[in-house]
Structures are given as structure tokens and as C-alpha cells.
Design a protein around this ligand. Structure first.
Ligand code: SF4
Length: 375
């Protein structure tokens, strides 16, 4: 059985693809880079922007002929767009065999077992079961699909407890669930044994991680120190931290560590408190400035990058000026700047998208220039 995986979207999806591949490799599948030769295709989708979802749908449309050539072939759609669209995907694309939403990736081994036994299409409904990371893999596997540049992606938590008004993620990935530290560490050991030297710890708000087990409480700073203690790990990164959880304890851990990269990406989105409130980000510009300055003192040579949204509904020129000011105060090494566009299913989609395209483009250009100038 030849397996081809197409992964759209973020690094969390790459890590999820690896988990799904793992389950199939254990059933004797082999990875192929040629879709035409595949018996099973997994399309792991993203829905964060409408464009990403359209890309997934158009990819599915193109797979119709592949399936027509041999009806024994299996087409699996997974991830965030699969979670959002659920059964409607099957109705729209009858050549899809199985839909596995982002909330059910951890159950993929059971889902796939059931599918191959029954060959029945099913939608595996939402569940709030506790997360049992240990059943996803056994130790000793060698697959490290998510490895890039010797970096192993390791998911430490799933979901998000925030409800940023522009973001679809909480509705497709659900509330936060945290993997056991022992499981995370065994994943790091497994992947470093397979050749990775760098580790990227992944979670939607990665630094909100905590886990209470028989050995007591482990929070994100504790976890960083435990990963650092693994000799084969030469560098640790994490993505994406939320400013609210960049605690004094975490900053102290960053100052002690020898292995955490000084390149940290921490999304701010806006420099205006009015916009931050409308976006429901749960921090102020003052909080962000204070936190980033404490990080700069703790981490020599810190390169702090960020994300911005320009043209959020109601963003006045004064709000945007505060965003420009923030770039001068914080001096980001890099910023991903996006023009706001409403995402259906989010709270802000109900607001009037009242900033014209021209103004958004003009603000975007000014913001990019300001980030460059402040470096
Ligand atoms: S913190 Fe906000 S932007 Fe990030 S995933 Fe959660 S809801 Fe979305």
C-alpha cells in the first residue's frame, strides 16, 4: 500500500500528518512522493483563511480522476477544513472515502482500523474525551515525517481556550488538551534517535501548557528544562507563545537555558488597546511592551518576530498609529503582516468590514516599512 500525504497549513498540521502516516506505516504502508502511484492519499487541510480552504477543495476536485482510475484507492480528508465542513465534504466530493476532523487526529489509528475493517464511510462525531497521547504511537518507530532541517516537530497540546474574534481555530480544534510530559519526552527521544537534533514544540498557545500527573504539576518552563536535559537535543524552539503566558517563570527559564533559540515568534496583532480588546487578545500594548522588554533583558541577542493584522473592523488611523509606535518600541526582527479579511464562523465576521481595500493595502505597506526601519 503506497501512501501519499499532502499537508496544507501550519506546522501543527505537519505534525498531525506525521501521526497519521505513522498509523498507516504500522499497517505496512510505504510513503511515496508520487501521488499517481499512491493507493491511499491523505489531504490534511487548513481553514484558517478562506483561501486555504478553497485550495483544499480544488485539490479534492483534482483527485476525482485519480480515484476514477481505481476505485480501490482510498482518499482521506483530514484536518481543520475537514472538521469545519464535516459531512458536507462527502456530499460535495463523493469520491472522498473518509473524513477525519482536526479534533479526532489523536484517534486516527482507531479510525483507520475501523475503516479498513468495514470500508464504510463514517463521520467520527465530536468528542470531549480526555486525550490519551500514549496510544498514538509506540516507542521505537523511526518515521520522522515532520523533520525539516533536522528539526523534529513535537505537538505538546491541542486546541485553544481563547476565542480571538477573528480566529476559526477554537471552533475546529476544540479546547486545550495537553499531552503527558513523559509522552512528549519519549517523542523527543524517538525523533532525536532518528536523526533530529533540533526540536520545535508545538501548540496553538504553546506556553499555556500544563499537565498534572502522579509526579506533580509540569508547566511549560518545566517542560523546556526537561527537553533541554536530553543530550541529543541541540536547539529548542516553540510555536506559538501567547503573550499572556510569557510569565516571569518562563522568562527566567529562557535566561537560564543554553538550548532555547533566541529567535522567538510571539504574535501581537495590533498596537492599539481598542483593537486588542475588539480582537479579544487578553493583553494590552503596555503588557506586550513590558513582556518583550523583560524577554530582551533575559535573552541576549533576542530576535523577536510577530504577526500583525491591519484593517480590523473599526481600526481608525489613531489605532494604526499605535501599531506603528509599537514597532518602534519593540523592534521586531520580522513581522508577518496580514490584511484583515472576515472568516465565516468567527465572531468578527458579524462586524462590518469597514476598512477599504485601498486603506488596508496602504497600512500594510506602511507597517512593513516601519518594521524594517525599526530593526
Ligand atoms: S490564541 Fe487566538 S489566534 Fe491563536 S489559535 Fe487561539 S483563538 Fe486563534
Amino acid at each position: 500500500m503506497n501512501l501519499f500525504i499532502e499537508t496544507l497549513g501550519c506546522q501543527m498540521n505537519t505534525a498531525d500528518s506525521e501521526e497519521m502516516a505513522d498509523a498507516l506505516l504500522k499497517k505496512g504502508a510505504r510513503l511515496t512522493q508520487e501521488r499517481a502511484k499512491a493507493d491511499v492519499v491523505i489531504l490534511n487541510t487548513c481553514t484558517v483563511r478562506d483561501h486555504a480552504e478553497q485550495k483544499a477543495l480544488s485539490y479534492l476536485g483534482r483527485l476525482k480522476d485519480w480515484k476514477k482510475e481505481n476505485h480501490e484507492r482510498v482518499l482521506i480528508v483530514a484536518g481543520c477544513a475537514a472538521e469545519r465542513m464535516k459531512k458536507s465534504l462527502k456530499h460535495r466530493f463523493p469520491h472522498v472515502d473518509l473524513v477525519v476532523g482536526a479534533k479526532r487526529i489523536q484517534d486516527f489509528p482507531d479510525v483507520i482500523d475501523n475503516f479498513f475493517k468495514t470500508r464504510n464511510f463514517d463521520w467520527f462525531a465530536e468528542s470531549e474525551e480526555s486525550f490519551d497521547g500514549a496510544k498514538m504511537r509506540t516507542e521505537g518507530d523511526t518515521l520522522v515525517l515532520g523533520q525539516e532541517d533536522e528539526t523534529a516537530f513535537v505537538t505538546i497540546m491541542r486546541g485553544c481556550n481563547y476565542s480571538c474574534s477573528y480566529c476559526i481555530v477554537p471552533s475546529v480544534r476544540g479546547r486545550e488538551i495537553y499531552l503527558e510530559p513523559e509522552f512528549i519526552l519519549s517523542e523527543v527521544r524517538r525523533k532525536t534517535a532518528a536523526g533530529a537534533t533540533k526540536v520545535m514544540l508545538l501548540g496553538q498557545t504553546v506556553n499555556s501548557y500544563w499537565h498534572r500527573g502522579p509526579a506533580g504539576m509540569t508547566d511549560f518552563p518545566d517542560l523546556l528544562e526537561q527537553v533541554e536535559a536530553i543530550p541529543q537535543v541541540t536547539e529548542i524552539r516553540f510555536m506559538s507563545p501567547h503573550p499572556h503566558y510569557m510569565s516571569a517563570k518562563l522568562i527566567a527559564a529562557l535566561s537560564r537555558t543554553k538550548k532555547v533559540s533566541p529567535e522567538i515568534h510571539m504574535p501581537v496583532q495590533s498596537g492599539s488597546n481598542r483593537m486588542l480588546t475588539a480582537m479579544k487578545r487578553n493583553y494590552t500594548r503596555e503588557d506586550f511592551i513590558q513582556t518583550s522588554s523583560a524577554m530582551r533583558q533575559a535573552v541576549p541577542g533576542l530576535k523577536l518576530s510577530t504577526d500583525f493584522i491591519v484593517g480590523f473592523p473599526g481600526e481608525a488611523e489613531e489605532d494604526f498609529d499605535q501599531t506603528l509606535d509599537l514597532t518602534r518600541d519593540v523592534r521586531f526582527s520580522m513581522a508577518f503582516c496580514f490584511k484583515y479579511s472576515p472568516r465565516s464562523g468567527t465572531e468578527s465576521a458579524a462586524l462590518a468590514d469597514d476598512i477599504s481595500r485601498e486603506v488596508k493595502e496602504e497600512r500594510l505597506a506602511r507597517l512593513l516599512a516601519a518594521v524594517e526601519a525599526s530593526k
